[in-house]
Write a protein that binds this ligand. Structure first.
Ligand SMILES: C[S@@+](CC[C@H](N)C(=O)[O-])C[C@H]1O[C@@H](n2cnc3c(N)ncnc32)[C@H](O)[C@@H]1O
Length: 214
């Protein structure tokens, strides 16, 4: 009996995530070869960077395959919900996941990066982002509220290249009210001619897609 229990306990231990960033690091390792094989050059852009951990991991893993790193955040944590956000997304309170610009820059060190502070649902922040952003090869959308996810995609749409990869960290987080991401992806197709082809799921929440333009 003990042997049975031990083997199960050991397997649980072996298969358990060893780090909070496990799914994000797995994703970055998975797409490294894709970028190289398909010769996709461009920027890494992340909407919702919090402490900058995923961007730091991306710089370590993707190295020379990325030309520049762009990060966008309020640096004041989660902003106010809009519209149906609170109904769709079962998540937390104003200011949740706050980290300062200086803390993120300190973690990134000499990574070639541009960080822009502000709520990217607002026109002035959107304009600032558009004035610096370059063609994207990896896009990470990790900003919780559906209104923020939509804003991130609207801003990025014209910079997404054929074969670029989009990672949604919250794909399955707000699903108590149904698949809230489907209409967002549908809109991306209709309004921007961007088709997201399924690539991989990163449990428990995330899903990645490859982009094809019409
Ligand atoms: C889950 S955290 C990001 C985690 C980060 N990607 C990582 O891997 O470590 C979500 C971040 O999105 C930011 N955020 C959400 N909505 C935003 C918006 N409309 N404008 C700017 N930042 C936003 C929050 O400030 C928060 O830091």
């Amino acid at each position: 009996m003990n042997e049975l229990k031990n083997s199960i306990n050991q397997t649980i231990e072996d298969l358990s995530e060893k780090h909070r960033m496990h799914r994000k690091i797995r994703f970055l390792l998975d797409v490294r070869g894709l970028l190289v094989t398909n010769k996709i050059k461009g920027a890494y852009a992340e909407f919702g960077i919090f402490r900058g951990e995923m961007m730091y991991a991306a710089s370590k893993i993707l190295g020379n395959n990325i030309e520049h790193y762009y990060g966008f955040d309020t640096f004041e944590g989660l902003p106010k919900p809009k519209g149906n956000d609170e109904k769709k997304f079962v998540f937390e309170k104003l200011g949740f996941m706050k980290s300062t610009y200086d803390e993120v820059k300190a973690l990134l060190g000499d990574v070639s990066s541009t960080l822009i502070k502000g709520d990217f649902r607002k026109e002035e922040t959107k304009k600032e982002i558009i004035s610096v952003l370059k063609p994207i090869s990896i896009l990470s959308v990790d900003c919780n509220w559906p209104s923020s996810v939509e804003a991130a995609l609207n801003i990025s749409a014209k910079y997404l290249q054929d074969g670029s990869i989009v990672y949604f960290d919250d794909y399955f987080t707000g699903t108590s009210d149904g698949d809230y991401m489907l209409p967002i992806l549908e809109k991306l197709k209709v309004e921007h001619g961007i088709k997201c082809v399924y690539f991989q799921t990163y449990p428990p929440f995330a899903r990645a897609f490859i982009v094809f333009r019409n």
